[in-house]
Design a protein around this ligand. Structure first.
Ligand code: CTP
Ligand code: MG
Length: 171
């Protein structure tokens, strides 16, 4: 496993992108209210244009700040690390929306817990980082660390966001 600090710092844009829409989202839904033949919304009201953009920008900004003073061993230079932060943030939001798409197809309502909620954004974000990162990022111990930490943190942060009044439901 790579240095613990490196793995945690690597995750910053992903986690920032994933969590900021709860605070910064709202307004027009990303699917503009469209319903598919199965009678369900394409994505639902939980995915908004503003949330998608805000999540992407917040994650990119956080990753950009990090790249100014901390070069991760997975990237050759700060600019590549910054570029990766953008793609990882965008990938996080894309994975999050893709998860909602699958949820709606399985008739799971927005806000209801679903296994993909906790991990799909991470998988897509890692895939989006792949073109920029060295292969060592994808060592099995690193992937296990990312997966386990995310599976723990996701319900925990949702619970805390609920207690703080940011979310209606504790998941
Ligand atoms: N959010 C947003 N835009 C996004 C993603 C999230 O505005 N692209 C906001 C919404 O207010 C959403 C909240 O963040 O309700 C929590 O996000 P999430 O748990 O991902 O959405 P859910 O409401 O649970 O909907 P879904 O079942 O589609 O995931
Ligand atoms: Mg949810």
């Amino acid at each position: 496993m790579a240095q613990l600090l490196d793995l945690l710092v690597f995750l910053i844009p992903i986690y920032i992108a994933n969590s900021s829409p709860v605070v910064l989202g709202g307004g027009a839904p990303l699917d503009f209210g469209r319903v598919l033949h199965d009678g369900e919304r394409v994505l639902g009201d939980g995915k908004t244009v503003r949330g998608f953009i805000a999540g992407t920008l917040a994650g990119t900004f956080a990753g950009g700040l990090v790249s100014l003073f901390y070069l991760l061993p997975f990237f050759p230079n700060p600019l590549t690390q910054f570029t990766a932060a953008f793609f990882m943030s965008f990938g996080t939001m894309a994975g999050d929306s893709f998860g909602s798409f699958i949820k709606r197809r399985m008739h799971v309502a927005p806000g209801r817990p679903f296994v993909l909620d906790t991990i799909l954004f991470l998988i897509v974000a890692l895939a989006f980082a792949a073109p920029f990162a060295s292969a060592s990022l994808f060592d099995l111990p690193n992937l296990l660390f990312f997966a386990i930490l995310t599976l723990i943190l996701h319900p925990l942060t949702n619970f805390l966001a609920n207690r703080a009044g940011l979310k209606n439901v504790p998941w």
